[in-house]
Design a protein around this ligand. Structure first.
Ligand code: S3P
Length: 196
């Protein structure tokens, strides 16, 4: 018994810039689980950045690597996984994510994503003349996939990371997936406590 009722792994899906890694890391901390970022693991294995791998080997080669990493990670227990934004494109990944994990879709609008990513140079698909148009196109294609795949959808909007993490935990608790007593909210420092 791992103390967290039924689930053994959680996967965060959603568009690039939606906060999957940041939220995932905090979520793992609250659950006392491990955290894995699929892009970071791929980069470690290829020994270069995803952007230069895309340039050298192309998207198809990247998607194959991504599939094997998704396969491996979704078989790991007590793990929170931040997937890459395009991990939902391959049916085999969809199937593995949906059947092996509880999947959470962090939903953001293309405009919100653009606001966060407009200076980003690491995402190969967004190195184009009009990144907002590209985000809109990817969103059109992927939003239905994320929704179909996810067990829960959370609006990212403008809440803080802590608030998003609490929302995800609350949804899991309400669904009876985790035991609420195992994930107490971090206590706010008392008003007189010295700042650190
Ligand atoms: C991609 C998103 C990236 C990374 C790669 C492809 C995509 O991950 O996997 O650049 O197809 O949307 P993030 O969602 O973490 O940015």
């Amino acid at each position: 018994m791992n103390g967290n009722a039924g689930i053994t792994a959680l996967a965060l899906v959603g568009m690039p810039g939606g906060g999957k890694s940041t939220v995932g890391r905090q979520l793992a901390k609250r659950l006392s689980w491990s955290f894995a970022d699929s892009d970071a693991l791929i980069e470690k294995r290829i020994g270069t950045s995803i952007r230069s791998f895309f340039e050298r080997e192309g998207e198809k080669a990247f998607r194959e690597l991504e599939s094997s990493v998704v396969d491996e990670l979704t078989l790991t227990t007590r793990l929170v996984i931040a997937t890459g934004g395009g991990a939902v494109l391959k049916p085999e990944n969809q199937q593995r994510l949906n059947t092996r994990c509880r999947v959470i879709y962090l939903h953001s609008s293309p405009e919100e994503l653009y606001r966060r990513l407009r200076h980003d140079s690491s995402r190969p698909l967004l190195q184009v003349a009009d990144p907002l148009a590209k985000l809109r196109e990817l969103y059109q294609q992927r939003d239905p996939l994320y929704r179909r795949l996810a067990h829960f959808t959370v609006e990212t909007g403008r809440p803080s990371v802590a608030a998003l993490v609490n929302t995800v935990l609350m949804q899991l608790e309400l669904a009876g997936e985790i035991d609420p007593t195992l994930t107490p909210s971090p206590v706010d420092p008392s008003p007189g406590a010295p700042e650190r």
